[in-house]
Design a protein around this ligand. Sequence first.
Ligand code: SAH
Length: 273
Amino acid sequence: MSGRLRSHGFKAVSVSTAPRDLIGGAPRLAGAWTAKVITLFPEAFPGVLGLSLTGKALEAGLWALETIDLRRFGEGRHRNVDDTPAGGGAGMVLRPDVLGRAIDEAQAGLQEAWPVICLSPRGRPFRQAMAQRWSAGPGVTLICGRFEGVDERVLQHYGIAEVSLGDFVLTGGEIAAQALIDATVRLIPRVLGNRASVEEESFAHGLLEHPQYTRPAVWKGRAVPDILLSGHHGQIASWRRSEAERLTKERRPDLWRAYCAERGRDPGGDREL
Ligand code: SAH
């Protein structure tokens, strides 16, 4: 085996004329944004990332995915990757030497500053701003933990940032990695094609998104708000803004306070908009 398993995506320049290339005939680009994923379960990828818009963009070479099977770097005949926690306690911890070899392979030959991120419930909460920052770079290397997590020294040695998907504990980092990649890849130009509405979405302006409606105009006795059918673009925009503010205030006081602070507004004020 030649080392790294590249499950999908290509860096070589080639033009695809296959019908599946639905994003407007995008050529495969050299140096496409790349997610490198260190995992004990490479078969979990691309997973949902292989579907729909992210999947088509992967096929079209707008981004690339490389899985690095941690087992290959394991110790001994059984390719052991983990050991018992120093100081005792339940579970197993991923060894720093094993993980270090995988990280070294992932990072070999990279010229540009390339973030290495370990998915962890202890990490800083994943935010849209991180997805924006990473989508503008060349790619990311993600480490998927398992068991009790990874030896602290490997995080320190490589200056690895820990990022959490939220305040809950998953069994492994693979689902979290796919969520992080999805949120990042959809911000790469052309991945969403004509549906690029990322500037109006939740978090883009520090607010949650306004409610959305579509046909039919009345469903089970519930009507689409009149204003949305009025054709008055200015009024529609201000209705959406005020709904976005209402929802943010109700559901995310933290975001609401930050939003108000940025605009010199009183977060307690009930100003009608
Ligand atoms: N003992 C750890 C939990 C380990 S869960 C603790 O208490 O902090 C096993 C692995 O799942 C982690 O190493 C991490 O890679 C992944 N994981 C679990 N919850 C996660 C979350 N909320 N966000 C990101 N990754 C998570």
